[in-house]
Design a protein around this ligand. Structure first.
Ligand code: FAD
Length: 409
């Protein structure tokens, strides 16, 4: 395991930091507890302008080939830039799903004309994409999608419902996974399309979240027409296409949560309690020791992933460990910190609450983080099967035609 930058990595970090210091401050935003984009016109305009600035300098998608507007850089350079960028308050989330998952899928499966039409505008932040996979009947089990598409000449007609679609309400385009062959087993009758979110028959209904935001949506499809030329991959081969998207999702979700052990240590040191400070409380000190050990484990797991990237290897399924630990620790630390703040814990104003309401934000976003991009249980299954080599989960519906699967009705 390597703990320090190689000379090349250190030089890249210095270059990226200098560029960020010159360019990022004028786009920086101080966010409140919700830790989400505030989605006002101003925030979106600022996010788009920052994205365009990065694209012009080759920092928007560092690992993409130069011909598609990237820098042809290494995954390690992308990690370094991300670490440095995180210090400037320019973490706009509008483009993460599009550039991290949807557009790479389009790049892998679309024809040249489609790629030429979409890649540049997405990279420059001019168009936003969403991922329409989860449904009421299938989130962990994406292959159980019931939204169906039926062929009609050169078109397909889509009917059904998606749910939890982040950013659907402001997205221009999306990729949608639909059932095209109910006679085949569930993984073998799916097809993927790109879709214009303004198409007639698409209705987007925002879901109100406990954080106060409405970042994701229900999306209803009623006789929505798409051209066969919008298909990504072969008919009924959408599972293979979705694996490309999901593989990119795991890499995109694997970063830090913005809250770590040092922040609660600072709070425990500074906040006055009946015992003086929380640091003087024996029971709280024990908790701090546990979190410290966990944080060190998390840090070394991340170093392991970074070492693999630095050596040109692809991180394996063990990166799922980082996501489980980080999301659960975020929930525990935030909960303890908000309790420690007592009646002030309910103040989620970034100007008034300690550490810019980071813990209030953590408390509200941690449950979602434990679900998005693979729930705790699904990731534990991955670790059990693919890291530890334990026997696989029982999959009774693997070879059953989809139309014969029980629906509960
Ligand atoms: C913040 C956020 C953003 C999201 N954004 C998007 C998006 O943009 N696009 C999109 O398509 N989806 C999105 N999702 C949906 C997300 O992918 C699903 O919520 C997730 O995959 C879980 O699916 P589900 O909610 O249907 O739960 P279910 O799959 O119904 O799971 C319910 C419970 O059963 C457990 N469970 C399920 N299967 C197993 C098993 N085999 N073994 C053990 N336990 C199991 C789960 O762990 C969970 O506790 C988002 C979710 C969140 C929270």
């Amino acid at each position: 395991m390597d703990f320090t930058d190689s000379p090349e990595e250190a030089a890249y970090r210095a270059k990226a930091r200098a560029w960020l210091e010159e360019n990022a401050p004028k786009y920086a935003v101080k966010r409140g507890a919700a830790m989400e984009d505030d989605e006002s016109h101003d925030d979106m305009a600022r996010g788009k302008a920052w994205q365009a600035t990065k694209a012009a300098a080759g920092y928007a998608q560092i690992t993409w080939p130069k011909e598609w507007g990237g820098a042809g850089g290494t995954p390690m350079q992308a990690v370094i830039f991300g670490q440095e960028e995180a210090r400037f308050g320019v973490g706009f989330g509008y483009f993460t799903i599009g550039l991290g998952m949807c557009v790479p899928t389009v790049m892998a499966f679309a024809d040249e004309a489609t790629k030429t039409r979409f890649v540049g505008p997405a990279l420059r932040g001019e168009e936003i994409w969403c991922q329409l996979f989860s449904e009421p009947s299938g989130g962990s089990d994406v292959a159980a999608a019931r939204t169906r598409a039926v062929r009609d000449g050169d078109d397909w007609i889509i009917n059904g419902q998606k749910v939890w679609t982040s950013g659907a309400h402001y997205s221009d385009f999306g990729i949608v996974l639909v059932r095209t062959n109910p006679d085949a087993p569930k993984h073998k009758g799916l097809t993927m399309f790109w879709i214009d979110m303004k198409s007639p028959g698409i209705e987007v209904r925002p879901i109100h979240q406990m954080s106060g935001g409405s970042n994701f949506n229900e999306v209803y499809f009623t006789d929505v027409r798409v051209k066969d030329s919008q298909r990504l991959g072969a008919v009924d081969d959408g599972w293979k296409v979705s694996l490309v998207t999901l593989m990119n999702e795991r890499l995109a979700v694997g970063g830090g949560t913005g809250i770590d052990y040092s922040m609660i240590l600072k709070l425990a040191r500074e906040l006055k309690t009946d015992q003086g400070t929380a640091l003087g409380d024996q029971a709280f000190r024990e908790k701090l020791a546990d979190w410290y050990v966990q944080s060190e484990g998390l840090k070394f797991t991340r170093f392991r992933t970074m070492t693999a990237l630095s050596r040109g290897q692809t991180p394996g399924p063990e990166s799922s460990i980082g996501k489980i630990i980080a999301a659960n620790q975020l929930q525990e630390l935030s909960n303890a910190a908000v309790e420690l703040e007592d009646q002030y814990g309910i103040i989620d104003d970034a100007e008034l609450a300690p550490l810019s309401a980071a813990f209030q934000g953590g408390l509200l976003s941690a449950p979602g983080l434990r679900i998005a991009g693979g729930t705790d249980e699904i990731l534990k299954n991955i670790i059990a099967e693919r890291v530890l080599g334990l026997p696989g989960d029982i999959r009774v519906d693997k070879d059953v035609p989809f139309k014969d699967m029980p629906t509960g009705r």
